[in-house]
Ligand binder design. Structure first.
Ligand SMILES: Nc1nc2c(ncn2[C@@H]2O[C@H](COP(=O)(O)OP(=O)(O)OP(=O)(O)O)[C@@H](O)[C@H]2O)c(=O)[nH]1
Ligand SMILES: C[S@@+](CC[C@H](N)C(=O)[O-])C[C@H]1O[C@@H](n2cnc3c(N)ncnc32)[C@H](O)[C@@H]1O
Ligand code: SF4
Ligand code: SF4
Length: 292
């Protein structure tokens, strides 16, 4: 049975936060909208939730966090993804090099790696750690084992990395396994570095030889000079929300109908079988586009 929310949006993707812990301290982090997370869900609970999701039309799962690679049982969790469901991971990439092969072998399809700058000193200023080289090694390893396409997530930050879009395009150019994703900052924690995504997108539009609109969030992908660039513009974007097909799961076991709301969560801790199915339906029923 495929579930639709009251706004006729099909839910086909589960976005599961595996932990609220992280080894970086990015200046802009929204932490997937988690507020005071408690004990994290077990691998068994996550496996059962994915099985229930499949009954209701879930076709892909995104693992995120915090930093998902901090979970020691990550490989087991990926192994428990039901057959036919595409799994991907969003990671800061710092621990990816040593784990990429194992993740691939466990069935992970691809990774998104957060990388806001190609300059070591800026990387330290943004994340708090001087380990850009580890991330670059993680990206290489992911390509090597076929966790592809690897998307590079670059949050556009005014006065910090806005001048690096062309450098990033050069970085991904003529590498079909790499896609650049330019992301509009959603302000959390007083982070006031909102970059000008409008002008970046205008420029891409003028130079693109092909523009594709994705089903999810109706995001635009621009193809130019051997580079592929996707633009993520969630703010005040009614179309983005109208085509949102994701149900979130917090690391401590709550279904979260929308990234930007915390007043409509459905607690699934301790729920199994029919109770869990009902909770899933309840969460889908509570979904509402944030920007209308
Ligand atoms: N507002 C909002 N932002 C989202 C949503 N999904 C993803 N994002 C943002 O999009 C950016 C990229 O997220 P990723 O975790 O890499 O995944 P993705 O690009 O959305 O997904 P794929 O294209 O399937 O890899 C991040 O900044 C997320 O916060 C959403 O449903 N709502
Ligand atoms: C919260 S992180 C969790 C996964 C992993 N730690 C990472 O950094 O990729 C998921 C994605 O959200 C993005 N993100 C975090 N805070 C954001 C914000 N305020 N606005 C837009 N994107 C944000 C990050 O850049 C990252 O690509
Ligand atoms: S690495 Fe990811 S979860 Fe950690 S602080 Fe940065 S954006 Fe947030
Ligand atoms: S803000 Fe909420 S409704 Fe809009 S795309 Fe994000 S999760 Fe979906």
């Amino acid at each position: 049975m495929v579930l639709k929310d009251p706004y006729n949006r099909t839910v086909s993707n589960l976005r599961i936060s595996l932990t609220s812990r992280c080894n970086l301290r990015c200046i802009y982090c929204h932490a997937e909208g988690e507020v005071q997370p408690q004990e994290q869900m077990s691998a068994e609970d996550i496996a059962e939730l994915m099985r229930v999701g499949v009954q209701f039309g879930i076709r892909s799962v995104k693992f995120t966090g915090g930093e998902p690679l901090l979970r020691r049982d990550l490989v087991d969790i990926i192994r428990s993804v039901p057959p036919g469901v595409e799994s991907s991971l969003t990671t800061n990439g710092t621990l990816l090099a040593e784990k990429a092969a194992e993740l691939k072998e466990a069935g992970l399809a691809r990774v998104n790696v957060s990388l806001d700058t190609l300059r070591p000193e800026r990387y330290r200023a943004i994340t708090g750690k001087d380990i850009l080289a580890d991330v670059l090694a993680g990206i290489d390893a992911a390509i090597e084992v076929g966790l592809t396409p690897v998307k590079l997530n670059m949050v556009l930050l005014e006065g910090i990395n806005e001048d690096e879009v062309d450098d990033f395009m050069a970085f991904v150019r003529n590498k079909p396994d790499l896609i650049l994703q330019v992301i509009e900052l959603m302000e959390f924690n007083e982070c006031k570095f909102h970059g000008d995504v409008d002008s970046v997108e205008q420029d891409l539009n003028e130079r693109a030889t092909r523009v594709v609109t994705r089903r999810m969030h109706h995001r635009k992908k621009y193809c130019l000079d051997g580079a592929e660039v996707e633009v993520v513009r969630p703010l005040h974007n009614t179309e983005f929300c109208a085509f949102c097909n994701r149900l979130r799961v917090t690391s401590d076991g709550k279904l979260k109908p929308c990234l930007l709301r915390s007043d409509n969560l459905v607690d699934i801790r301790g729920k199994h079988g029919k109770e869990l199915e009902d909770a899933f339906k309840e969460a889908v029923g509570r979904r509402k586009p944030f920007f209308t």
